[in-house]
Design a protein. Sequence first.
Length: 220
Amino acid sequence: MSESPPPPHGTLWNQWGERLNDYLRRVQDKLSFKTADSRATQDGVLLWDAVEEHVVVSTDGAFKALRYGHSDHAAYYTTATYTAASANTAYPINWENTVYEQHVDIDGTYPSRIVFEHAGIYQIDFSCELQSTNSSSKSVYIWPRINGTDTPYSTIKHSITSNGESKVVSRSGIFTVEAGDYLEAMYAVTDTALRIEGTAATAFAPAAPSATIVISEVKI
């Protein structure tokens, strides 16, 4: 808890002054602690949030984290093969492997959900490898969902005809999220013979994942 200044006591003002000077020396350059009674009624008030372990600043009627150092980021990939059970039906991509992450996490219950600890603006880079197992014309649709809601005008559509054909598709986008929001990558195919599948390792090259996603914070 933050320390309170010594109150005046008795008539010995010189002693109280010495105690006050000693208090000011101890607390100078130190932030007051944010408590349950703290109110963001005035912009620009800095407090120390001991629970979240960061400085907060009052703005627009709320205390917001004043973050510094490295921006939030993450990179995930999957090596699973995604074969849709039904055509024209949406399915999520699960992320089983973490390259790195900072304040961005995979949900412990739903591995398709990427959870953002902090509000901000993020660049999302997605890619996946498509494999065709017949010679019919078929298409894949891939798009993001935030908190279970499809993001408008965000779909990748790609078509394949040849049997055994392999293609890599990718897309980058900028997303604004709030703390606690989660992102999912969804896909659907017009023919279940089109699937998301990586490439096996060879004697001269490592294996390729079936899908990757890289998240970089661009603005807090």
